[in-house]
Design a protein around this ligand. Structure first.
Ligand SMILES: Cc1cc2nc3c(=O)[nH]c(=O)nc-3n(C[C@H](O)[C@H](O)[C@H](O)COP(=O)(O)OP(=O)(O)OC[C@H]3O[C@@H](n4cnc5c(N)ncnc54)[C@H](O)[C@@H]3O)c2cc1C
Length: 180
């Protein structure tokens, strides 16, 4: 559920373990209909409901300050979709290690690392606000909100693959990038 429009600050730190109110959750639980499962009943029977806030930050203009640079979540906190976050931190580390090994001066390495990784991760932060490869589910639901019997009649394999592979390329998960 969307609780802020992005203009407000993220929730305070202690709200990562804050209990939610049942009446806040119920309208959303009621939207889910799964044959054979009483989702509303399950939620009502739950003793405690907890919040799981998702928030990110706008991309920073720079990461490096003198001999200090940022990496991973400190550099580019993003919505946890598309199996990202840790994956991007690993790609940062790989890039930084390569730059440190090759550059004539460590501070030059920080600059080269930032030039390479900042625009790429900024793109993922923005793309993740719309969703990861699971956007394919949204696309299908939009076209056939009442359900379907043959997925190929809704969105072709090629179209579904384009959504998933497009995200994989942005996030550098494409096979050609991973096997570099
Ligand atoms: C529920 C959940 C599911 C996730 N699922 C995925 C997933 O499937 N795939 C994926 O790629 N990513 C996933 N992520 C995101 C991923 O966990 C983070 O992006 C990743 O851990 C970031 O790594 P990091 O090293 O930048 O930061 P962190 O892992 O947060 O490491 C920072 C470290 O610094 C320490 N620290 C903080 N302040 C200080 C200090 N002053 N002095 C010393 N140490 C300090 C902290 O204790 C911490 O150990 C998930 C995250 C969550 C919460």
């Amino acid at each position: 559920m969307r609780v802020a429009d992005g203009a407000a600050s993220p929730p305070p730190k202690n709200s990562w373990s804050r209990q939610a109110r049942l009446e806040e959750v119920l309208p959303y639980a009621k939207r889910f209909k799964v044959p054979g499962i009483d989702i509303e009943g399950l939620v009502r029977a739950t003793q405690a409901v907890w919040e799981y806030p998702m928030c990110d930050r706008d991309p920073l203009p720079r990461w490096s300050h003198g001999r200090v640079t940022l990496l991973g979540d400190a550099a580019h906190p993003m919505y946890p979709v598309g199996s990202n976050g840790a994956s991007q931190a690993i790609l940062d580390a790989r890039c930084l290690a390569d730059a440190l090994a090759k550059a004539e001066h460590p501070m030059r390495a920080l600059m080269l690392y930032e030039q390479d990784r900042l625009p790429k991760t900024a793109e993922i932060v923005k793309v993740n606000r719309v969703g990861g490869p699971e956007r394919v589910i949204d696309a299908v639901e939009k076209l056939k909100p009442a359900g379907f019997t043959d997925i190929d009649g809704v969105l072709s394999y090629k179209e579904r693959e384009a959504i998933v592979k497009g995200y994989a390329t942005t996030a550098a998960f494409a096979v050609k990038d991973v096997n570099k």
